[in-house]
Design a binder for this molecule. Structure first.
Ligand code: ADP
Ligand code: MG
Length: 620
């Protein structure tokens, strides 16, 4: 009897402090978030010895009057929510009402605050949660909280603190996140009397990135913004050619909080799809705004994790919109300096990209396209013909001499989804093939620069897009074998192949079991007729064996798409005729993605003429 007791308030606070206050950086985070919640436009953080001995956060926010200041340091005291309903609609960074009480419980704590300069300020001092002083003090509107000797009364905790340098690194990372989340706020960070960062408020997120990480990174980023239903987002993403070797440069914010969320991160990677090479990572700052009801922040005391009610939906929207944003910008950058499109928006018949196959030679045979330099019909190229809305000569299929070699081009709409879009008319006239280098690269002249195009990567990208489009429209062009080749597989591979037969079939492969571990290939996508289909199937199976356990269908499809494009694409080391080179370049410029092969390698590299002129000392 009489063994159970309710703990004294001070002990409760000490225990609770353990959850909220882990180290100096967590103090910095809580205090700075309070400043932001109070509407501060200037927040100044000052630390000594990594924050182990001294932390002070000064803001020009709303401040508190004396009565509020006294309540603020009590546990579960908050101005940010009033009831359970408030919890569901919380818009502020804080709401638990625990930070000040917790911090005060494990430090020598001082709060100086003023809500109205006329009436003056209030000073409250506590030590280990015990009030030591409360009274008036002159202070401008705003708040300053000072925390000295953190964990002085919990020696076990204090022992666990790392070196000042390490602790300060944690604070710097908090600082970076705060600064990115609130670009409009002026932040200053001072350590051991030295100003480490001083970031005046800025208009745009990209300016803040530049302040923090320098102009180089800022320039590599592509801006994408958008909204859908209750989701708004703002993103700065590294272009695919500026990927990083680590995940260090990835910042995610949901409703103003830095958040770790593997689901959302995955959506970003998904947006890059085939644009990133293996083991490369994008740099990004991604900010999501969702209705408070869509986000549960009350998962973790430090609020670094949240639950999204519709993660699946958010994932789909982001993966799609970020992808489109990346593509649009890459394209715009690739053709920066190109003349503005003539004729404005232009819609192509949705199906024009699918049935008709033609090549430059076929077009030429028809008299629609002249020899290089001459264009009797006024149509310069298949791409131009396509863009001018001419019907593809699908009837010419058999007459196409390139078909036998698998070097075929299909007219593509600039965007496969039939969306209203600005077609880059007139671009065809700007690019001129100069020649082929080492049977591998095409040299292409355009206004102001020289472009070097990797013929395999370029063709691969073209075919990939073409094939993917066919696939998504459910009309993969296939070709049946007269004599179906057979495949003898290992038991493991046979299982793998069987497991994904429906996927293969949707991609245009009709493969049928033929004995124990043998299969007959009856039909394949037209793109790869005449190619080594067995090698292709084996390659895909190898890849599937690696990630097969996750069993993600998208990956299966992507793998097949990529491999087909790669196998179908013309190789490096092949000499191309003039017509072939032109056809390739013309196709390239009509794509919405033209910069990277499906494996993420660049398709072309551009040398500005200015570079050459500088090297030849024509200009300085
Ligand atoms: P929470 O932020 O979760 O409400 P805190 O313990 O961090 O809880 O703060 C308690 C209350 O003190 C806040 O709700 C707010 O009203 C007030 N407060 C704290 N810091 C500041 C500040 N810098 N400026 C104005 N008011 C503040
Ligand atoms: Mg708070």
């Amino acid at each position: 009897m009489g063994l159970i007791r309710v703990l004294p308030e001070q002990v409760i606070n000490k225990i609770a402090a353990g959850e909220v206050v882990e180290r100096p950086a967590s103090v910095v985070k809580e205090l700075a978030e309070n400043a932001l919640d109070a509407g501060a436009t200037q927040v100044s953080l000052t630390l000594k010895d990594g924050g182990r001995d001294y932390i002070s956060v000064l803001d020009n926010g709303s401040g508190m009057d004396e009565a509020d200041a006294r309540i603020a340091v009590q546990r579960h005291a908050t101005s940010k929510i009033r009831d359970e309903e408030g919890l569901a609609t919380v818009q502020t960074l804080g709401f638990r009402g625990e930070a000040l009480a917790s911090i005060a419980a494990v430090s020598r704590f001082e709060l100086v605050t003023c809500a109205d300069a006329e009436t003056g300020g209030t000073r409250i001092a506590l030590e280990g949660g015990q009030e030591k002083f409360a009274g008036r003090e002159g202070f401008p509107r705003g708040t300053r909280v000072t925390v000295e000797e953190l964990f002085f009364n919990t020696p076990a905790r204090r022992k666990f603190l790392r070196t000042a340098a390490t602790e300060f690194q944690h604070t710097q990372s908090i600082f970076t996140n705060l600064a990115l989340a609130h670009p409009g706020v002026h932040f200053r960070l001072t350590h051991n009397q030295k100003v480490v960062s001083d970031l005046p408020g800025c208009e745009a997120l990209v300016e803040r990135v530049q302040q923090l990480f320098g102009a180089q990174l800022a320039e590599e980023l592509v801006g994408v913004e958008g909204a859908e239903a209750s989701l708004r987002f703002e993103a700065l993403l590294s272009g695919p050619s500026h990927s990083k070797s680590s995940r260090r440069w990835q910042f995610l914010f949901i409703n103003g909080r830095p958040i770790r969320n593997p689901g959302v991160n995955h959506a970003v990677y998904q947006a890059y799809r085939t644009l990133l090479m293996k083991d490369r990572h994008p740099a990004f700052v991604l900010k999501l705004q969702l209705e408070p009801g869509e986000v549960d922040v009350n998962v973790h005391p430090a609020k670094t994790e949240v639950r999204l009610r519709n993660l699946q939906w958010v994932h789909t929207v982001l993966a799609d919109k970020l992808y489109k944003g990346l593509m649009d910008t890459s394209r715009r950058r690739a053709f920066a300096g190109a003349q503005p499109p003539v004729g404005g928006t232009h819609r192509l018949p949705a199906a024009s990209g699918i049935q008709g196959q033609f090549s430059l030679a076929a077009a030429r045979a028809e008299g629609r396209v002249g020899e290089p330099g001459a264009s009797p019909s006024g149509v310069a190229s298949p791409a131009a013909a396509m863009l001018s809305g001419a019907e593809p000569p699908s009837a010419r299929l058999e007459a196409n001499p390139f078909l036998a070699e698998g070097f075929t081009f299909q007219p593509l709409s600039p965007r496969g989804d039939g969306e209203e879009t600005t077609a880059p008319r007139g671009l065809a006239d700007q690019l001129a093939v100069v020649g082929q280098l080492h049977a591998t690269y095409l040299l292409v002249q355009r206004a102001g620069s020289l472009m070097v195009v990797d013929q395999h990567a370029a063709h691969e990208r073209i075919l990939f897009e073409q094939y993917r489009r066919q696939f998504y429209q459910g009309r993969v062009v296939t070709e049946a074998y007269l004599i179906p080749p057979s495949l003898e597989l290992s038991a493991q591979n046979a299982l793998l192949l069987e497991q994904y037969l429906p996927q293969w079939s949707r991609m245009g492969f009709e493969i049928e079991p033929f004995g124990k571990a043998a299969f007959l290939i009856r039909q394949v996508p037209a793109l790869i007729t005449g190619k080594d289909v067995k090698a292709l199937v084996l390659e895909v199976l190898d890849e599937l064996a690696l990630f097969g356990k996750s069993g993600r269908l998208e990956e299966v499809f992507n793998e097949i798409l990529e491999r087909v494009a790669c196998h179908a694409a013309l190789r490096a080391g092949r000499h191309l005729s003039w017509e072939e080179m032109e056809a390739l370049v013309n196709q390239l410029e009509s794509l919405d993605i033209n910069l990277y092969c499906p494996h993420g390698r660049p398709v072309m590299i551009e040398f500005p003429l200015r570079e050459l002129e500088k090297r030849f000392k024509r200009i300085v």
